[in-house]
Design a protein around this ligand. Sequence first.
Ligand SMILES: Nc1nc2c(ncn2[C@@H]2O[C@H](COP(=O)(O)OP(=O)(O)OP(=O)(O)O)[C@@H](O)[C@H]2O)c(=O)[nH]1
Ligand SMILES: [Mg+2]
Ligand SMILES: [Zn+2]
Length: 207
Amino acid sequence: MKANDVQAMENRRTFDASGVHVVNIMASPGAGKTSFILETVRRLGDQVRMAAIEGDLASTVDTDKVRAGGIPAVQINTGGGCHLDANQVGRALPDLPLEDVDLLFIENVGNMVCPVGFYLGEHTRVAISSVPEGDDKPHKYPSIFANVDVLIVNKIDLLPYLAFDMDAFQALVRGLNPEVQIFAVSCVTGEGFDAWTAWLREQALKG
Ligand SMILES: Nc1nc2c(ncn2[C@@H]2O[C@H](COP(=O)(O)OP(=O)(O)OP(=O)(O)O)[C@@H](O)[C@H]2O)c(=O)[nH]1
Ligand SMILES: [Mg+2]
Ligand SMILES: [Zn+2]
């Protein structure tokens, strides 16, 4: 862990020297990390220069998707590893045009447990929890909810079909993390994205 933090601070210096704001996105498999990046790019692409690092055990599926969405992207394959670490991110940085980027998304490996324990040098930590996963997740995976700056509640277009108590869920999350910013969104309808992109744009332009 100590060696990871040393490399993460090195990554952070590289980001700050290039004026890149970095957002580490963590969530379970299928919560909507890639969809969320793509919808954000679609809405902010003409105002903010973005790029992505995609972390997965295998394949370039997500990198292909975000490149098709119009931004530079590099894939990290962990070959079985269940989270990204700072060394993997550091090795990927030379493959990105950081001088021409304002905002870098790091899509972490789909996993609610260990990604949050590995600092990568990011400025903003985002967790996505999607409605079909259930409203009890903060009870069962408290550390991800407690240690992020932003919580995205995704797939709210599915609320009519599921027993998900949004007020109870948000109260649980705020009990673990009183400072957290919460945005409820749908990557399918676009609902909730105006508030998120306004907040993110402000962070990105701060540096
Ligand atoms: N109904 C609905 N489906 C969504 C929404 N966001 C994502 N999905 C769907 O959820 C599935 C998973 O989305 P991804 O964006 O690939 O999720 P991910 O978290 O990147 O998944 P991994 O990278 O495999 O961990 C896809 O079928 C998406 O179309 C949403 O807001 N509403
Ligand atoms: Mg993905
Ligand atoms: Zn892990």
